[in-house]
Design a protein around this ligand. Structure first.
Ligand code: XMP
Length: 326
């Protein structure tokens, strides 16, 4: 088994050839460890869990059971992509759970950010544990831990971490990418044939759109946020900004202003654009976005998204503003 320390002479994985060598080595190691047993993985569809899933599918095929919990706070198209790529293309053993109602019912009326995070994290573990307890013969739990997680914390992944599983579920851990840096994970992901859009996805917080639908989440405002965010991402993609800006998204506050639509008064929420660059997320700078593009995004969001009547641009660096709004 691997240790938790990256050997000093370990070569940085930068090319498809080096990725292939890593994949072959891991496939062999996974097979030796797992033998004919079953492995469980919480597959969020993010870069790390997706790469772990693809590696394990290559190594042990249907002995891997992936559970994708849709907490209703995913970005537009994300759960669908996970189902397409893993369930259909890679023919994985994938259990899809739409827990949207459970999460949104629990979150109804809750406006305090840390309380929202706790509810989302706690419920995630509950749903996952319930699913795990229905399965028989699982011996291992796979996790998308990467090297910065080990360097920065106690090694337990904060995002969607399943370290909080009930104690009677004592699985052995399989963490095949735990010595890799993010850029290496991406090279390995591409070598495994995962879509570019999945492997180069921008970072997305565990509580998802829950921390961008500010204050108490309502279904209508969450739906507006998801649509506006999809438009922003589409326009950034089309206009070459996706690779230049580290993180970009929409936040929708719980307030309305007056507008006018089709000659009538139109009360609506503002969509706030946040687009930042950073290397470590500890500080962040504001990326210049061409004005014509801002006008186009404003035009599309206000025309296409029910409930939104203004588009604002957040020009605040970190510090003083955190990247997320709550
Ligand atoms: P802030 O808002 O603290 O964000 O400047 C720094 C980075 O962390 C992400 N973030 C989170 N990620 N769970 C996560 O997994 C969270 O609760 C969370 N809050 C913030 C944020 O998106 C940014 O990349």
């Amino acid at each position: 088994m691997q240790t938790d320390k990256r050997p000093e002479n370990m070569q940085r994985i930068t090319t498809p050839e080096l990725a292939e060598a890593f994949i072959n080595e891991q496939v062999k190691e996974i097979r030796e460890t797992v033998k004919d047993k079953k492995v469980l993985l919480a597959l969020s569809g993010g870069v790390d869990s997706s790469v772990v899933a693809a590696l394990l599918i290559k190594a042990i095929g249907k002995q891997l059971v992936c559970v994708h919990v849709n907490h209703g706070l995913m970005r537009k198209g994300e759960s669908e992509q996970a189902i397409d790529v893993f369930g259909k293309n890679l023919e994985a053993n994938l259990i899809y759970i739409d827990a949207t109602d459970r999460f949104l019912d629990l979150l109804a009326g809750v406006s305090e950010p840390e309380k929202k995070r706790k509810i989302i994290g706690g419920e995630f573990i509950k749903v996952f544990a319930e699913e795990a307890s229905k399965l028989e013969g699982i011996s291992f739990l796979a996790q998308g831990t990467i090297y910065p997680d080990i360097l920065e914390s106690d090694g337990v992944k904060a995002h969607h971490n399943v370290g909080g599983l009930p104690e009677d579920m004592d699985f052995e851990l399989v963490e095949p990418i735990k010595l890799l840096f993010k850029d290496e994970v991406r090279v390995v992901g591409e070598a495994l044939g995962l879509p570019h859009s999945m492997v180069y996805r921008q970072p997305f917080p565990g509580p998802g759109l829950g921390v961008r639908c500010l204050g108490a989440i309502t279904r209508d405002r969450l739906a507006a946020l998801r649509e506006a965010d999809a438009i922003l991402r589409e326009e950034f993609d089309k206009n070459g900004l996706a690779g230049k800006v580290w993180q970009y998204f929409i936040a929708v506050p719980d307030m309305k202003s007056t507008g006018v639509k089709d000659g009538k008064r139109y009360e609506g929420w503002p969509a706030i654009i946040r687009a930042v660059n950073t290397t470590d997320a500890m500080t962040a700078t504001i990326e210049e976005i061409p004005y014509p593009l801002l006008h186009r995004i404003t035009d599309r969001i206000t025309k296409e998204v029910p409930g939104i009547n203004r588009v604002l641009l957040d020009l605040t660096p970190k510090p003083i503003g955190t990247i997320e709004w709550e």
